[in-house]
Design a protein around this ligand. Structure first.
Ligand code: ADP
Length: 157
């Protein structure tokens, strides 16, 4: 059976930290679906189309990666796309507590889906979409926190 992982997030924007998690998990799965979800608690900087385009541009030509979007429960979307694994990154103890609760709730709702956590590479521990968003909002240069080659101006509309 094909090993499909779903990497869900707001990705507003997709950072070098997210890219590192995807690249490091490539050997573990046959296919990784990067799924841009609708987060009820976050105000968006990039619109959905631009977020999807940015991520697709970063992984252009990689046949193991698909970029999609969804609404609703992540666990339901996993079933819809036949993903048996949910991929998440862990930076801090705060991430752990948040992810533990969600992971265990998801497991209770659908025991067939395993959440897989990768610890962040130390150099990306502080890279955080919320702060990158603030830098961009105030016209700062966030390029060193974005995947190499991403010109964020192209995706801000
Ligand atoms: P969400 O809105 O669901 O928190 P994010 O876009 O912020 O989505 O993040 C998606 C996933 O990527 C989460 O598992 C998050 O912990 C992880 N992540 C975000 N930034 C980093 C980073 N710098 N290093 C490792 N994992 C990260």
């Amino acid at each position: 059976m094909e090993k499909i992982a779903l990497f869900p997030g707001s990705f507003d924007p997709f950072t070098i930290g997210h890219q590192s998690i995807v690249n490091r998990s490539l050997p573990l799965f046959d296919k990784i679906i990067i799924a841009v979800g609708f987060n009820t608690q976050k105000k968006a900087l990039l619109n959905l189309d631009n977020r999807l385009t940015l991520i697709s541009d970063v992984f252009a030509g990689n046949p193991k990666i698909e970029v999609k979007h969804y609404q609703g429960l992540t666990i339901d979307y996993c079933s819809k796309v036949n993903a048996s694994y949910l991929l998440r990154g862990l930076r801090t103890a705060a991430d752990f507590e948040y992810e533990r609760a969600i992971g265990q709730m998801n497991k209770a709702m659908n025991p067939t889906i395993e959440t897989v956590f990768l610890l962040t590479s130390p150099e990306y521990t502080f890279v955080n979409s919320t702060i990158v968003r603030d830098i961009l909002f105030f016209g700062g240069d966030a390029s060193k926190f974005l995947p190499v080659g991403v010109d964020i101006k192209k995706y801000l509309s």
